[in-house]
Design a protein around this ligand. Structure first.
Ligand SMILES: [Zn+2]
Length: 147
């Protein structure tokens, strides 16, 4: 029940999505196995615009179903913070309802240095978890799903 291993390529996809969506917020899901992220499911532009994690998860239920059918599970939900730090807001904390989920916040507050931090959130308690980015140059990536 700790952190996540995140391929560099998927982090770069998240950053590109966040930059393209700014000044709005973007979001998506990361799926994988054994805490290793294998797939990114980007939320369509405009979705999750209010930055409510739970709202996003509820909207994406069909996608979560497809993920588990592929033998992967949803490991994390991510959201960009275009102008605020890489910390869940009060609203994010209230909206985070799944105890096993990693909630990722990608901040573009310093645009030259995007910052990603991960948290587990349960009953209003926030615990930071380590996100280990690994170079996946030799790893055959799963397709990038656009939802
Ligand atoms: Zn937020």
């Amino acid at each position: 029940m700790t952190g996540l291993f995140l391929p560099q390529r998927i982090l770069e996809t998240m950053i590109a999505q966040a930059e393209a969506g700014a000044p709005g917020e973007v979001c998506g899901l990361l799926a994988g196995q054994d805490r290793i992220v294998r797939e990114i499911h980007r939320g369509a532009a405009g979705e999750g615009g209010n930055g409510h994690f739970s709202e996003f998860l509820d909207e994406q239920c069909p996608t979560a179903g497809e993920v588990s059918a592929a033998g992967l599970e949803v490991l994390a939900v991510y959201q960009s913070h275009p102008t605020t730090p890489a910390m869940p807001s009060e609203e994010d904390i209230r909206g985070a309802s799944k105890p096993g989920m990693v909630y990722l916040v990608l901040s573009l507050l310093q645009p030259w240095r995007p910052e990603l931090r991960g948290f587990r959130i349960h009953n209003g308690e926030v615990l930071e978890v380590p996100i280990q980015v690994f170079n996946d140059r030799d790893y055959d990536p799963e397709p990038d799903y656009m939802i």
